[in-house]
Design a protein around this ligand. Sequence first.
Ligand code: HOC
Length: 396
Amino acid sequence: RLSSALTVADLRKIAKRRTPAAAFDYTDGAADEELSMRRARQAFRDIEFNPDILRPAEHVDTTTNILGGTSALPFGIAPTGFTRLMQTEGETAGAGAAAAAGIPFSLSTLGTTSIEEVQRVNPNGRNWFQLYVMRDREISYGLVERAAKAGFDTLMFTVDAPIGGNRMRDTRNGFSIPPQLSVKTIVDAIPRPWWWWDFLTTPKLEFASLSSTGGTVGELLSSAMDPTISDDDLSIIRDMWPGKLIVKGVQNVPDAVRLIDKGVDGIVLSNHGGRQLDRAPVPFRLLPEVVREVGSDANIMLDTGIMHGADIVASMALGAKFTLVGRAYLYGLMAGGREGVDRMIEILGSQIRRTMALLGVSTIEELEPRHVTQLQRLVPVQGSAAAPAGARVTGA
Ligand code: HOC
């Protein structure tokens, strides 16, 4: 049935039907007025491609080199918290699908599957561990050691979450960990009994990283995270971690330049899918200037708002070395577990190949800034309706 889903938006619709409202909204929602999230989507819609004609593009190769290894596609799976709350297969489905597709999988500090289990599911592939430095440093550093021992190749230090963003949908839904049964949740459960059956019959969620659970997600996160993280933490982590170290959540040019100068192996331009600081800059809009300032050899990666393979092609053309998909992955997972994640990768992969072929490009390296024009939006984005576009700014 999932083969009827032709786009990530189709997977989202199925996911919405199958998942309790509070869990779906946790994934689908963002902070405050959700402006950053909508603007990120709009920025991708505001691309104009500039195809070359009469170029052989019969065989398109999407292989991408990133952080000392390859990926069969120019994207990997982003780290996501509380994943088994969305669908009980959780990270096992994500890591399994990544292994089958030959792309990296990222496990979150707030993941719901152990580091060792992810490595078992994806033993020959690339596993990245996403680190939040928490108040309890022993827990954080213990996770870093375990990830190194298990053979994860990259550590992704996330720096945009000193405290939790104001997730209004979660507050309104009373979303808590673990989910509490209330009249509202029972009514919501009636059309989707299988979700609850799966949830109640699989082992209780265990978090390696949280010493206690209970309360709303916002309360839980704010009590666990350390708002005092600084460059000192970065130095400590650099000394501890033998593999590649990247910093995720970079949101301006000076920070990007500083981190690359400090010798990190890469940065991820990200506003956490609009889930932290609403009205934060859109990573895709920031990309050309960051690439210009840090140089095109640096590993600049990007997430936030990617829902179509064309978004990924445009990012690579403007100088990103790799991209990450979070919500798109979770829509696939909520729509159909492992099969849904496989379908999400298949959809994005075929969109990437088609976009490249139509651009007259056969390899990722051939993508250049001249292939993309970022249309300059002159009026504020309201909802998802298309607003008139004005002057053109080529993203080179
Ligand atoms: C205070 C820390 O990535 C999400 C997760 C967890 C966020 C941690 C916030 O919900 O976006």
